[in-house]
Design a protein around this ligand. Structure first.
Ligand code: SF4
Length: 465
C-alpha cells in the first residue's frame, strides 16, 4: 500500500512508500505503516527554516495538529513525528534541511514507530527526487494543502487521540499572519512562483479573525505576510492592502502592525497614506530594490526603473514621518558589470536605508536566469557584497546617531543574559533598556542615549502612552 500523494496540486509528486522503519539493514517490512498504539495522543516536533512564511506555516501546522488531537511543538526527544518545513530559495538553506534530516535518522531508528515528514518549498520543487535521496522519509506533503496529510494521520493514529488539544497559552508577543500565498511576478532569479504558485489572497474577514485569536492569546504585534503582500486583494470585495490594514488596525489590544514583503510595482500612495493614518501600523517599509541599474533590473524582470523606484521612495518618505526603510539587494547577478554595480552603490548611498539585506547571486535551477551564465566570479561577488556592507554600516550608524536624545517607544520582547530588557522600536530597531526597567510584554518610552550601527541604548524609561 502506498501513502497517497497528499497534494492534488503537486501532480509530479510520486506516491511515497510508507515508513521504512527500524534498522536500515532490515528489509523493508511491507508497505503498511508501522504505527504503534501509543495509548496517548501522538506528539509532534516541528522544525522550520527560511522566510517568515515558513515561520507562519509552523504556527498554522501546530494549530492544525492540536485540532486533530496531536500535541504540537514538543521537544524532539519526546516526539513521535518530526515535521521539517523546508526552504528552497537558496542552496545553503536546502543543505541545512538535508543536514537536519540526517540528524533525525538516528532519532527515528532509536524507537520504532517514529516518523519523519517533510513539507515546504523543497517538497514542491523536488517532488519525487527527494524520496530517492531520503530513504527514511515517511511523509511528504504540500504545506498549502495539508488536509490529506492530516486525514492520513487521523486514520493511522485515530485510536490514540481524545479530541482537540488546547493550545498552551502563548508567551509570544509577535506573530506572523499569512494574508496571501504565491506570486504573480516572474523575477528571473526567483524560484518562489514555481514553488508557491500564483497569488491567492485570503478573505479579509478570515485574517481579522486570525489576528483577533492571536491578540486574545497575548500577541501584541502582528506582521501580515505575503511574497508580494501589497498586491493583496480580498477575493470577494476586491479591496487591497490599505483596507486590510484598516480592518486589522481596528482590533482592540493589537499594538503594532507591520507587513512584508512589498513589491515596488504595488507601492501606491494609498498604502503610504494608510501607514500614516492608522495608529498601529509601524513606520517601517521593506521595499526590495535588488539592483540600481535599469538594464540589470530588466534582466531580473523587476518591471520598474531606478527612477520610478526613487520616486516611490520619495513619496513614501514625504507621506510617513519618521519612516524607516529597508531593502534587499542581489550582487553579482548574471552579467553584472562594474558600471551596473556602481549604479547600485549610488542608489544605496542616496536612499540611505536603515537596513539592507545583501545576497551574492546564486543560481536556482528551474528559473529563467539559470539559462544565463553565472559569470561573475565568486571572489568578485564577495568583494561587491563587502563593499556595499561597508557603505551600509556607515549609513546605519549615521541614521542611528540622528536619533540621539529623541524619544522612542519600545515593545519589550525579553530580558537578555546581561539582565537588560530588549525589544524593538516602531521602526524595527533593536533597543536595550536599563536592567530592571521593564519586563517582556511592556510597552516603554525612553530616550536614545547611545547608539551603535545596529542597536540603540535607551534610558529615562517610562510607560509609553
Ligand atoms: S516578487 Fe519576490 S517572490 Fe515574486 S518572483 Fe519576484 S522576487 Fe520572487
Amino acid at each position: 500500500m502506498y501513502l497517497p500523494v497528499l497534494s492534488p496540486s503537486a501532480s509530479h509528486f510520486k506516491a511515497l512508500p510508507l515508513a521504512r522503519r527500524g534498522d536500515a539493514d532490515e528489509p523493508v517490512r511491507g508497505r503498511e505503516p508501522i504505527v504503534p498504539r501509543l495509548g496517548r495522543p501522538p506528539r509532534v516536533h516541528l522544525w522550520h527554516i527560511g522566510c517568515q512564511m515558513n515561520d507562519a506555516d509552523h504556527e498554522r501546522l501546530a494549530e492544525s495538529f492540536a485540532e486533530i488531537g496531536f500535541i504540537p511543538d514538543v521537544a524532539l526527544e519526546d516526539a513521535d513525528i518530526a515535521v521539517l518545513i523546508s526552504c528552497a530559495v537558496r542552496s545553503n538553506a536546502e543543505q541545512k534541511v538535508y543536514g537536519k534530516f540526517k540528524e533525525l535518522i538516528p532519532w527515528k531508528r532509536e524507537r520504532p514507530g517514529r516518523a519523519i515528514a517533510l513539507t515546504g518549498c523543497m517538497a514542491v520543487e523536488h517532488g519525487s527526487a527527494l524520496l530517492d535521496r531520503m530513504a527514511d522519509l515517511d511523509y511528504m506533503f504540500d504545506v498549502r494543502e495539508p488536509e490529506g496529510f492530516f486525514a492520513r494521520l487521523q486514520s493511522l493514529y485515530g485510536g490514540d487521540v481524545d479530541g482537540p488539544v488546547t493550545m498552551p497559552a502563548s508567551d509570544r508577543l509577535l506573530a506572523y499572519v499569512p494574508v496571501m500565498g504565491g506570486c504573480n511576478e516572474m523575477c528571473t532569479y526567483c524560484i518562489v512562483p514555481f514553488v508557491r504558485g500564483r497569488e491567492s489572497s485570503r478573505p479579509t474577514a478570515e485574517i481579522v479573525a486570525d489576528v483577533r485569536r492571536l491578540v486574545d492569546r497575548g500577541v501584541r504585534e502582528v506582521t501580515l505576510l505575503g511574497q508580494n503582500v501589497n498586491s493583496y486583494r480580498d477575493p470577494g470585495a476586491g479591496t487591497g492592502l490599505p483596507e486590510l490594514l484598516a480592518a486589522v488596525d481596528a482590533i482592540p489590544g493589537l499594538w503594532r502592525l507591520r507587513f512584508l514583503t512589498s513589491h515596488p510595482r504595488n507601492a501606491v500612495p494609498q498604502l503610504f497614506a494608510a501607514m500614516r493614518d492608522l495608529s498601529s501600523v509601524c513606520e517601517q517599509l521593506h521595499l526590495p530594490v535588488q539592483a540600481g541599474d535599469d538594464e540589470l533590473l530588466r534582466r531580473m524582470r523587476r518591471v520598474y526603473t531606478v527612477a520610478e523606484y526613487r520616486e516611490k521612495i520619495a513619496e513614501a518618505k514625504a507621506t510617513v514621518p519618521g519612516l524607516a526603510l529597508t531593502t534587499d539587494i542581489i550582487v553579482g547577478f548574471s552579467g553584472e558589470t562594474e558600471a551596473e554595480f556602481e549604479g547600485t552603490v549610488r542608489l544605496l548611498s542616496d536612499i540611505r536605508y536603515d537596513v539592507v539585506h545583501i545576497q551574492a547571486y546564486s543560481v536556482r535551477p528551474g528559473t529563467a536566469a539559470a539559462r544565463r551564465a553565472d559569470d561573475v566570479p565568486l571572489v568578485e561577488k564577495k568583494r561587491r557584497l563587502n563593499h556595499l556592507l561597508d557603505i551600509q554600516r556607515g549609513i546605519a550608524l549615521e541614521l542611528n546617531q540622528a536619533l540621539l536624545a529623541s524619544t522612542v517607544d519600545v515593545l519589550v520582547e525579553g530580558v537578555g543574559e546581561n539582565g537588560r530588557p530588549y525589544g524593538r522600536t516602531r521602526q524595527g530597531k533593536v533597543a536595550w533598556l536599563p536592567a530592571g526597567s521593564a519586563s517582556a510584554g511592556d510597552l516603554r518610552a525612553g530616550q536614545v542615549a547611545a547608539v551603535t550601527h545596529w542597536q540603540l541604548e535607551i534610558d529615562a524609561v517610562r510607560a509609553a502612552a
